[in-house]
Design a binder for this molecule. Structure first.
Ligand code: COI
Length: 331
């Protein structure tokens, strides 16, 4: 059996070597390049392809892969929003993702960022770096005094709720598909509007599917409390960033942490030191004391990377054997 993997990063290699040791009967080929119509032929002769990229899996790329005989595609990440599923269906693809690699990784990052915003660590760290060790005016707020609105109570949202409970915050939640236990605890509000009206801070854990596109926009922001704190570690397209910037400018939004950005492809996970950002908005956001920008690193822990590699390669083997792995995507 042969599996070919695209976009393998150096930090994934230890996990990949470990998987190879455990699966000596599988030949693994890989490249650092992403799957494109041009690189598809690298997978020729393989039973399955393993991929991770933020670039779209277009009809052209999928067709090129199918033309070299590969119609098993295992994603090493959770998000499937960049796959052309119509094309995948038409071409007879099997697709898997890794829906649960480490919800804690993402939930922890979001709550670390929320705590940092509340305790104003960015301006305080900047003062300390300049040897200004005075307290004022960089006074913080306490987590337990906040009503935190969690939008999306899947695996990640629920971990975030547990962390919030540890801090003693009041949690309110909204999900189109409520979780029974949380329902019994009475955590859900009836609508997003209710959540907007009550929350001091709002953190998002929903996928970037079309119906969630620009969920956070000038209308939803207008329904929020004055001085609301926003956290987005989920998908960039959940927010109309211009409306968020307007909210920051007017003070309606007091603080904002973003780990994702609608225009992040080609921007995040690149070294811009000594160079100008191609996008002035990101430079503006990074420069603000009350905004924390991280380049889509919420997921980025040793545990998560290990799971992403192991689970995706296991699924690729299952597809190659004609089986349906538990993490196959239904479409
Ligand atoms: C996903 O798993 O879809 C993520 O957003 C993390 C990705 C950057 C590997």
């Amino acid at each position: 059996m042969k599996i070919f993997a695209y976009g393998i990063r150096d930090d994934e290699k230890p996990a990949l070597e470990d998987w190879e040791k455990k699966n000596p009967d599988v030949t693994v080929g890989y490249t650092q390049e992403l799957l494109t119509p041009e690189t598809a032929q690298l997978a020729k002769g393989s039973d399955s392809a393993v991929v991770y990229q933020q670039l779209d899996y277009t009809k052209e790329s999928l067709t090129a892969l199918a033309e070299v005989g590969v119609t098993n595609l295992s994603l090493r990440n959770v998000g499937t929003d960049n796959i052309d599923f119509d094309a995948a269906k038409e071409l007879g693809f099997n697709v898997s993702n890794v829906p649960v690699y480490s919800p804690n990784a993402i939930a922890e990052h979001s709550m670390i960022q929320l705590s940092r915003l509340l305790r104003r660590t960015k301006p305080m760290d900047a003062k300390v770096a300049k040897h200004d060790l005075r307290w004022a005016p960089t006074i913080g707020r306490e987590m337990r005094m906040q009503t935190v609105g969690v939008i999306g109570t899947g695996n990640i949202g629920r971990k975030a709720i547990n962390i919030l409970k540890g801090f003693g915050a009041k949690v309110i939640a909204y999900d189109k598909f409520p979780n029974k236990e949380l329902q019994e605890e009475g955590l859900y509000v009836d609508s997003l509007d209710d959540l907007y009206a009550q929350a001091d801070a709002i953190s998002l854990y929903v996928p970037g599917v079309p119906e969630n596109h620009h969920l956070i926009n000038k209308d939803s922001i207008a329904k929020m409390k004055d001085g609301v704190v926003l956290v987005n570690v989920s998908r960039g397209n959940l927010m109309d960033i211009d409306d968020v910037i307007d909210g920051l400018n007017s003070g309606k939004i007091s603080d904002f942490a973003m780990d994702v950005y609608e225009e992040e492809v080609g921007l995040f996970n690149e070294d811009w030191s000594g160079k100008e950002f191609p996008d002035p908005k990101i430079a503006d956001l990074i420069a603000r004391d009350n905004v924390l920008v991280t380049p889509h690193i919420a997921f980025y822990t040793t545990k998560a990377v290990d799971e992403m590699v192991h689970q995706s390669f296991d699924a690729a083997v299952a597809f190659a054997k004609g089986e349906t792995p538990a993490i196959a995507v239904k479409f």
